[in-house]
Design a protein around this ligand. Structure first.
Ligand code: FES
Length: 469
């Protein structure tokens, strides 16, 4: 998930994006810088503080993600988007022979997307077919999956699936990233590392086998990129342990699609045998040469080890960035995923280096076992949900989440993973007090701005939340 919320793309951004796509890619960084400079001047002229001064300010959307159709009148743009979707579907069907999933027609999940749901608890899991299970390390397996009809799971690099399993009679849900390159013909897989006290990760490592069915929701998540062949950029990634899984998908997809882009990865692990995708990364280094730099940091290295030792603390991250000659150029994007202390350290280092939060993407996965449980109010609380100019009052029973109560009352609510992992159910707390299990996927900036997640949020008092559309 992006580390800060974003400013809406304006027509000005769209014009810059159009120019960047029409002109040689060598000019892209200059166009982007001119866009940001011009916007700062306009903001100052209109009395607004520029984003770098006020860290809570919405960050500008990256140029390569701006929708150029927003230059057109909204109705025409909507029609062209719909025509584009139809054309892509026809191409997939007639030329590539793909058929859409027969189970659920899913909009691409994104924070803020509104999905109409049945009046029930969040339960829309569909079965995937397990086609292969590969052991990556002593503690991690990759589970290869297809849709039930054998078609590939559609996703964006960096997204995850929410896996629904029953362990000892208890239904549990966990998020696992798709670690495959997001390219046609590449088999899709999630990778599951056994973690201490992790009931689902232990269960899957011990029992899942080829031919099984795996119930999932998603894909979900905004920790992603949109690779474009014209891009020419340098992505810097910092991963710890199983945090490599979404990073691996982004890294390989970008290297294959963007032939002028390069990636630097700093990857921390306990020991050499714990390095998930060790051979795959080595093969990619050989294939892509100086377009990919992988810097392993080991806490307990073998005797022959000559690389960096220790945990990915702030000092180690700073020294590796310096050793790898990673200087910030004001445009570079950073991706971080791993244990919470590593992520906090990486944020602090990047902040000290002057990197704007808008250029740092992060994915926070936390096992519910590692979260502090919350129970909310011991009495029924009324929560008002404001959305698109309407207000709905719902009664939240003790122990219920706001999402469960709202769906039960027939209120359409945005959500995806239903476990605090994707941010799709994010709403703004307007009034009252809502308690959430911590840590969760909200960034520090989102916490500070008063956002809460309805899927794990329980009111402590009468409250009001606003769904942003
Ligand atoms: S639905 Fe994913 S965080 Fe709430």
């Amino acid at each position: 998930m992006e580390g800060a919320h974003r400013r809406r793309a304006s027509r000005f951004d769209a014009a810059a994006a159009l120019a960047a796509r029409a002109l040689p890619s060598a000019l892209t960084s200059y166009i982007d810088q001119a866009r940001l400079d011009a916007r700062m001047v306009l903001d100052r002229a209109s009395g607004k503080s520029p984003a770098p001064v006020v860290s809570e300010a919405p960050a500008p959307i990256p140029l390569d993600e701006v929708d150029t159709l927003s230059l057109l009148p909204r109705r025409l743009a909507d029609k062209l988007r719909a025509a584009g979707r139809d054309a892509r579907m026809l191409r997939d069907r007639l030329i590539l022979g793909k058929t859409p999933s027969p189970v659920i027609e899913r909009p691409r999940p994104a924070a803020g997307a509104v999905v109409s749901l049945p009046r029930k608890t969040p339960d829309m899991a569909r079965p995937l077919k397990v086609t292969r299970v590969v052991r990556e390390t002593e503690d991690a397996i990759s589970i290869y999956v297809t849709e039930a009809d054998g078609s590939p799971v559609e996703f964006q690099p960096g997204q995850f699936l929410s896996v629904d399993v029953t362990v000892n009679g208890e239904r549990l849900r966990r998020a696992y990233s798709l670690a495959s390159a997001c390219l046609s013909g590449v088999p899709r897989h999630i990778t599951v590392k056994r973690i201490q006290d992790g009931r689902v990760s232990h269960h899957l490592n011990a029992t899942i086998a080829e031919g099984d069915e795996l119930a999932v929701l998603g894909p979900s998540g905004n920790f992603t990129v949109e690779p474009r062949s014209v891009n020419q950029r340098h992505l810097v990634m910092i991963a710890g342990g199983s945090g490599i899984t979404p990073i691996m998908s982004i890294l390989e997809t970008v290297l294959r699609v963007e032939t002028a882009s390069r990636v630097t990865l700093i990857y921390g692990n306990r020991g050499w045998d714990d390095v998930i995708f060790r051979d795959r990364l080595q093969a990619l280094c050989e294939e892509f040469g100086d377009r990919l730099t992988v810097d392993h940091v080991l806490e307990h290295p073998p005797e022959w080890w000559t690389g960096e030792r220790g945990l990915l603390t702030g000092d180690v991250i700073e020294s590796r960035l310096t050793a790898l000659h990673v200087e910030d150029d004001g445009l570079r994007r950073y991706f971080i995923c791993g244990p919470t202390p590593m992520m906090e350290a990486a944020h602090a280092v990047l902040e000290t280096r002057g990197v704007a939060p808008s250029r740092v993407a992060e994915e926070r996965f936390t096992s519910p076992e590692a979260r502090a449980g919350v129970s909310g109010s011991s009495q029924t609380e009324r929560v008002v949900i404001a959305r698109a100019g309407f207000e709905h009052g719902v009664q939240v029973e003790p122990g219920q989440t706001i999402l469960e109560a709202a769906l039960g009352a027939g209120v359409d609510m945005p959500f995806s993973c239903a476990m605090g992992g994707c941010g799709a159910c994010r709403v703004r707390l307007v009034d009252g007090d809502v308690e959430m299990e911590e840590p969760n996927c909200l960034s520090r900036a989102e916490h500070d701005q008063g956002y809460v997640l309805t899927c794990i949020g329980r009111p402590l008092t009468q409250s009001k939340v606003e769904v942003e559309t």
